[in-house]
Write a protein that binds this ligand. Structure first.
Ligand code: TRP
Length: 327
């Protein structure tokens, strides 16, 4: 049996280098190794912390462009939209019954999101319980492997627990999936914090050469002058060196050797050039994508995902002895 991979993103804005080295790179590698690849665009999950739906459509289309331009291939991978698969809501309902409230209350990623969005008491029930819905995203498609960033590990842990719980209570339907971290699960942004679209510290896959240069030249550095790798004394420079190593496929040692005698400025200019070079083929591919191509990718994804979704739900209903009333 072919191994299956599922992962996805919220359509909240363009993808950046943190996504690339945190997760996209692994998706592409496994897709090309022959894994059956499912990519979920988690539009309902966006609504956990906002009501506004105005940008979803545009963001979804840009997300597909990002995916295809980095090398995810619609001939090999299935792209689908969360809100178009009603079986996800069904399975979420069932999983909610198997999950103690106390278990969901101690999810550090949800706590972090509630804090950073300053939701406090306004936190919605959907925000509180979205890890259960994410477990449904993963398990409905019976994924074996889930390439994600580090922040998603608590959700994967819960998913594994729910899979085991369901299997032991009702019968074995779900594989217990494992997370797969990327080569840089926590890429530093240009301000020293984790690279993130909401923190305004990211280099996007779609950034122009000029934009990249401006961002890199403005990135924070440390006191002193030497380009050396030292996570304590040279926190910011080390983060930029990580980025350099990733986009040029060099080791930190090689980067250090090359730049110990250079100024910060020279190092940053070269870093900007290297990023721009890294992005050129990605952006060329992006430009060739038409909106009708994107529509086709989504409608064929919906068709294939729906078949898988219904297959699993039929099994779920059967082992739960809730397949009554259908002919
Ligand atoms: N929570 C993920 C994020 O914010 C998106 C997501 C939704 C996801 N469903 C998923 C990731 C299932 C992996 C598997 O990036």
């Amino acid at each position: 049996m072919k191994k299956r991979l599922l992962t996805g993103d919220r359509p909240t804005g363009p993808l950046h280098l943190g996504h690339y080295f945190g997760s996209l790179e692994n998706r592409i590698k496994l897709q090309n190794k022959g894994y059956e690849t499912f990519i979920i665009i988690a539009d309902y999950q966006v609504l956990t912390d906002r009501f506004d739906t105005a940008d979803l459509k545009e963001n979804i289309s840009n997300l597909i462009k990002d995916y295809i331009s980095v090398g995810l291939d619609p001939k090999k991978s299935i792209f689908f939209i969360q809100s178009q698969i009603p079986q996800l809501a069904e399975l979420t309902q069932i999983f909610s019954m198997l999950t103690p409230v106390s278990r969901v209350s101690r999810n550090p990623t949800v706590k972090e999101e509630v804090k950073s969005m300053k939701l406090g008491k306004r936190m919605s029930l959907g925000m509180f319980s979205y890890p259960v819905s994410q477990a449904a995203d993963i398990l409905l498609f019976r994924a074996d492997v889930v390439p994600v960033g580090e922040d998603q590990l608590p959700h994967l842990e819960l998913t594994r627990e729910i899979a085991k719980k369901f299997n032991s209570v009702y019968g074995r339907v779900f594989p217990v999936p494992r997370p797969l971290l990327g080569s840089s699960p926590r890429l530093m942004g240009l301000d020293g914090q984790k690279m993130s679209k909401s923190r305004n510290n990211a280099i996007f896959l779609s950034d122009s050469a000029q934009g990249v240069r401006q961002k890199i030249m403005k990135a924070k550095t440390d006191s002193g002058k030497k380009v050396v790798y030292d996570r304590d004394e040279k926190f910011f420079i080390s983060g930029l060196m990580d980025l350099y190593a990733l986009v040029t496929d060099k080791t930190i040692l090689q980067v250090e050797k090359k730049y110990t005698h250079s100024s910060y400025k020279k190092f940053k200019e070269d870093l900007a050039d290297s990023i721009i070079r890294f992005l050129i083929p990605i952006q060329e591919k992006r430009r060739r994508l038409t909106s009708s191509a994107i529509n086709k990718i989504l409608s064929s994804g919906l068709e294939k995902a729906s078949i898988e979704a219904e297959k699993t739900m039929a099994q779920v209903r059967k082992v739960m002895k809730m397949d009554y009333g259908r002919s």
